[in-house]
Design a protein around this ligand. Structure first.
Ligand code: BES
Ligand code: ZN
Ligand code: ZN
Length: 488
């Protein structure tokens, strides 16, 4: 498994510059003025850096942009990177600058000289977030990332500041690894084992097996896993760092592979459905972060782990299943399985934990990608405060989210002729009817947000903070929401 890469913070030292191997990174502000480290690099480079910073090319660079000077005279480094950044950038900009450095650096050693910059920890966070790859199954060219050294004037202060940010990096990487894993490796049992491992960090982890779920009447969830050799499971992760208040609940869709079931998906692109456990992956990542940074909050994470396969034992279109809530569901399309899983996990979460609120995450609909593309997740909610708090957190964490409507008028689309409800509406408003379906399993007065992350959990192009593939979208925002609103 790729190891999270955390920086080493070193006491600022001008002597280190000439000797640093790999890349030397220094900054200049918009006016082109240098700090002591850039001045030293400029002297070593016989004024070449100054000349560039006075040029029109530099003037036209945006904040966060980088200029590379290959094979600089007078330094041992392979290249010098000059980053254009204000002396006191916003936190978001500092993180983005860090990510840009990592992107430009590739696998090289990084020596970043920031001296007294107040945002050193955030620069470090940005670099660490972007220095991720999933190499597990490459048998060749598996070179690891080089070292990451950051030179600051106050090492212990920066280390303390980085501590909680590093916990976020670890949580995000845990999510990315889970989402990137293929489905022959990350079966429901393997997933559950990896979550059990989190007990080492002080989380309480328990598992509901199929027999337990049968006893509880969770036939909506169980129906989805009928065609698979892998046993369906619900894994419950509890972090009790708060007082005696009731917990906040996070619930994730964990379909380890979604073939569509008997309503089989077309072959083209089906391989992407290894990421259909993305919601569960995010919940797991947040729980890991909370444990690592010893959050002062009570949070329970529940994930429904199933595999949606076609088989002689698989459920059929037209089947009627009874949910734990007691309502019956006509399964029109076995490919609309996520909502069937969430229905029972959400109901169980409410009845068992009486949470103060719930956020669920799911790669639920292709329709949300049609609506929002890969830039924003869709947020559906019955509670303005909770959803607005979340949107605010996401804004601070550079994670895109856009609120979508819920309205009882859509309910007529999911009325069944013979059961209480059916699992798909028509062709229109696919993401909304999915959300309306889920809401049927949320108590009226329960603050709740449903995040449809189908477009953002794993992407084909690199993003600011992640290479192609799993992004870990949501870990940062949820961790932020918890620290801003739910910590005591
Ligand atoms: N897992 C899919 C949704 C999905 C699509 C996730 C693309 C990520 C990328 C979900 O289970 C599904 O198949 N939804 C169907 C619902 C339809 C049958 C009503 C869809 O979106 O087509
Ligand atoms: Zn599906
Ligand atoms: Zn699915």
């Amino acid at each position: 498994m790729p190891m999270p890469i955390h920086p080493i913070f070193n006491e600022h030292s001008l002597q280190s510059i000439a000797k640093a191997e790999g890349l030397v990174v220094i900054c200049a502000d918009a006016a082109g003025s240098f700090g002591p480290s850039a001045k030293r690099v400029n002297r070593l480079m016989k004024g070449a850096l100054r000349k560039f910073a006075d040029s029109e090319v530099f003037e036209k660079m945006d904040e966060g942009e980088i200029q590379r000077f290959p094979a600089p005279l007078g330094l041992l480094a392979n290249a010098v990177l000059l980053l254009k950044m204000k002396k006191r950038p916003s936190v978001e900009m500092a993180q983005k600058c860090g990510a840009n450095i990592a992107k430009e650096a590739g696998k090289s050693n990084i020596h970043l000289f920031v001296t007294a910059n107040a945002r050193a920890a955030h620069l470090a966070f940005g670099i660490a977030m972007r220095r991720y790859n999933f190499n597990e199954y490459k048998t060749k060219n598996q070179t690891a990332f080089g070292s990451l050294n950051i030179y600051v004037t106050n090492v212990s202060k920066t280390e303390i500041e980085y501590n909680d940010l590093g916990a976020v990096v670890d949580g995000v990487f845990f999510t990315r690894d889970l989402v990137n894993e293929p489905a022959n490796i990350l079966t429901t049992s393997e997933f559950s084992n990896r979550l059990k491992d989190l007990e080492k960090l002080g989380l309480k982890v328990s598992v509901l097996e199929e027999a337990d779920m049968e006893a509880l009447g969770m036939f909506s969830l169980l129906g989805v896993g009928m065609g698979s050799e892998s046993p369906s499971k619900i894994v419950i992760m509890e972090w009790s760092g708060g007082g005696n208040e009731s917990p906040f609940a996070l619930v994730g869709k964990g379909v380890v592979f979604d073939t569509g079931g008997i309503s089989l998906k077309p072959a083209g692109g089906m391989e992407d459905m290894t990421m259909d456990m993305g919601g569960a992956g995010v919940v797991a990542g947040v729980m890991k972060t909370l444990a690592l940074r010893k959050a002062k909050a009570n949070i329970v994470g529940l994930v429904g782990l199933v595999e949606n396969m076609p088989d002689a034992k698989a459920q059929r279109p037209g089947d009627i299943v009874k949910s734990m809530k007691g309502e019956t569901i006509e399964v029109i399309n076995t490919d609309a399985e996520g909502r069937l899983v969430l229905a029972d996990v959400l109901w169980y979460a409410q009845k068992t934990f009486k949470p103060s609120g719930i956020i669920n995450l799911a790669t639920l609909t292709g329709a949300i990608i049609v609506a929002l593309g890969h830039e924003n997740a869709g947020a559906f909610s019955n509670n303005d405060k909770l959803v607005n708090d979340f949107i605010k957190s996401a804004g601070h964490e550079s994670e895109g989210v856009w609120r979508m409507p819920l309205n009882k008028n859509y309910d007529k689309l999911i009325i069944s002729r013979i059961a209480d409800i059916k699992n798909v509406g028509g062709r229109t408003a696919g993401s909304i009817t999915a959300a309306q379906f889920i809401q049927r399993f949320i108590d009226e007065d329960m603050p709740w947000v449903h995040l449809d992350i189908a477009g953002v959990a794993s992407v084909k192009n690199e993003t600011d903070f992640a290479p192609k593939g799993a992004t870990g979208w949501g870990v940062r925002s949820l961790n932020r929401l918890i620290s801003d609103i739910y910590e005591i």
